[in-house]
Design a protein around this ligand. Sequence first.
Ligand code: TXA
Ligand code: MG
Length: 547
Amino acid sequence: MTTHWFKIESPDDPQVAAAADILRRGGLLAIPTETVYGLGADGLNENAVAGIFAAKGRPQDNPLILHVPSADWLARYCEDVPETAYRLAEAFWPGPLTMILRKKPFVPLRTTGGLDTVGMRCPDHAVTRAIIAAAGVPVAAPSANTSGRPSCTTAAHVREDMDGKIDGIVDGGDCTVGVESTIIDLTVAPPRLLRPGGLPLEKLRAVLGEVALDKAVTQQLSAGEKPRAPGMKYRHYAPKAPVTVVTGKPAESGRWLCAHVPEGAGVIAFDEYAPLFSAQTVRTIGSADNKAEQARLVFDALRSFDDTDVTEIYAQCPDSEGLGLAVGNRLKKAAGFHTVDAHDGKLVVGFTGGTGAGKTTLLRAFADAGAYIVDCDAFYYEQLRSDRLLQADLDAAFPGVLHDGELDRQKLGKLVFGSAERLAKLDRIVRAHLPRAIIRAIDVSDAPYFGVDAIKLFESGLGAVCDVTVAVTAPEETRIRRIMARDGIDEDRARARVGAQKDEALFRRQCSLEFVNDFPTRTEADAAAAGFVQKLLTESKEDKQHG
Ligand code: TXA
Ligand code: MG
């Protein structure tokens, strides 16, 4: 069949009537919602509903949700609607919440997968609500993906899966939430969360008080165990390549991934970590602290690997607060709950700051406290000397810099000097090797604390794998005096050197802590540095106990 494409931007668009007509006549229509695209049909028409199962390849016992334009429709299809349902609708509808209620007898068992309950949802998409209202029927709609594949968050995804199999697709823009609705069962006491989704559990608890968590939310069920939402038992959201989910704080999962993921694999990472995976196929899903963005992008990321030839995928997993519970659940389901816990008990501290700010003082204090210090410049020169893979890449890019297994640093220096293009090439190669080598060194070391000393801490991606980052700063005049004394240069040159560097405010903004190193004597500076380090260690220990 030909699938009709509707591009509808407003509920007043005359195409709304044509789209509604497809539903009224028992056809199949993909509809946009704020969560994911749905594959809709008249939920009271058994034949139409059968068509949904066929188009998706969905198991018959997996019930569908009924979509309605407002809470007024609840009593039409549900029996003994509790007062809590209206309270939740008041607070969260239209929105990403599905309530399981007792169904009226005329709601077909084919729609509810044989259950005497039915899921009810009012989507936060004006066009779709207008279509449902115009059709005058409750619209049964599972996610519009082929069963098992990641859900569709764009109309283009729907076309991939459903073109030629359904009557129409309504393109109503990209989904703004990106993960499916939260499902709460109101037929049991206390109410039970069956599927985490676009409405955070915390918000439900604020209205309902106690909410129980269905086991299927966090765990793989064993054979024969029955989840209360039948759909939770199926392999879901899965790209073709197997997925491994890496849990732990973002810095920890970032370290684990960097140390262990092979070249050529697929990686789903938070934005800050992308620079570390230049040798992999990386998809970013927003920054580590932006779970709304992660929810919006997670399915697209999973889906996108099917167009690549990666044979395995590793994903960084958010914690389970707020939308993190839903994002983590989708990733874990895509992985068949194959997870790795990246918690390593290590404390990695990044130090950065401009020349003359006095980083060395603080690093010395940290080393005295037992930390293993990685000086990134020194590490780089050591890698140039000993890392065969780095040498091979450099020799390929700059033929002739390698003689008998020895890298000619002077020759390399001359080659790149004065050529922005060659310098950028060198930079790319170094960045593909160095952070990973540093993180591997940390990974295999038994030291409890690590200090990473790098001017380009954040540009390299290394800042993101640090649990704490410290900006070492000092007033400009102090830095100029220090540089003059240290390097034996005159004031003008020292001033020019400081002037050529990044603004200190930038370091301050990027880092979690600041150490202002402006003391009249060396003894005082050392004492302040030791105090700073002790406080850092105490606080991170407390953090670990509470976390
Ligand atoms: O955000 C959403 O909910 C999207 C959009 C399209 O609205 N729909 C969606 O539908 O995710 P679907 O069919 O992909 O997932 C519905 C889930 C399944 O796990 C199903 O087993 C469960 O809801 N479910 C539906 N009716 C139920 C019922 N009466 N009791 C328990 N679970 C139910
Ligand atoms: Mg689904």
